[in-house]
Design a protein around this ligand. Sequence first.
Ligand SMILES: [Zn+2]
Length: 341
Amino acid sequence: MNDLQYIDIPAPELGQLVQVAENVYWTRMPVPFPPKHINVYLLEDDDGWFVVDTGMNLPQARLLWQKMFSEYFEDKPIKGVIATHMHMDHCGLANFITNHWRVRLWMTQGEYFSARSSDGATSDNSWQLEQHYARAGMPEGFHHKVKQGFAPMEKLREPLPLSYERLSDQKPLVIHNRQWQVIIGHGHSPEHASLYCRDLNLLISGDQVLPRISPNISVTGENPNDDPMTDYLESLQPFLSLPEKTLTLPAHGDPFHALHFRVQALLADHDENLQKVMTACKQPQSAQQIIPQVFRRELSPIDYYLALGETLALINRCWRLGQLHRYLSDRGVYLYVQNQA
Ligand SMILES: [Zn+2]
């Protein structure tokens, strides 16, 4: 297959349920910035429904859920919430929905505790983060700007419930007598869960495989020497072992059939970006100098922040592989140059 082959079903309106497979339904919740929506999937069990991802903690999304509760779930209730990962568009309303129905949240351990650790975090011991940005070549005060930029976003995910059920690749979920295998991925978030049902030949891919965009793979100040790009590229491999015609239900964009084609395209895009980094580093360069050589379009402040994280992810992969040499300049900035050895 050499195109994505989207399904014929038009995307649902916000808060409207449409069926995409037997016992599998699709709706959308609003997101106030591109890609403007998140897909939410509902899995029908014998005695209730599982929600997969929730949308952000926005007043409009709460109203949509309340409308859906009475429109669709009065006879057969919601019996659990499954969150693919910790990002606010995926579990922003997990607390709201689990409280409303008094049901449990399913999440991997890595995602649940990563999210919990940032709930109400107030520590301002930030010299490490300031140093991270300085070493990337960012101007003074960048750390402060990032903090200010993210402050209003913190409310877009409600603190998670105090108790959860652990999702693991060792233990498939059984819903309506069908097994849903958990496929763990890394790189975009700590322990991302995709759900695969062989009986339905269907994959709920979360953010791991998206049809039009690539999920952000970032090195952040919390773990500046990490190599999430390698983690992500390795995490794509299991999807190539699934049947080629698997119907993929992504978290953003429309469901599509050509899973292998899309995974190969993601691998090729990252490979191209890794090449751009290597070309840029014929001469010593800082991360800040490399950004425009990889991301050539104009970047909004939030896109610039994400581009910095992803540029560092590309750099760290090359550095860890020994392709780039890294050293600290007199100004305290890391410079990267192709390793001649
Ligand atoms: Zn995400």
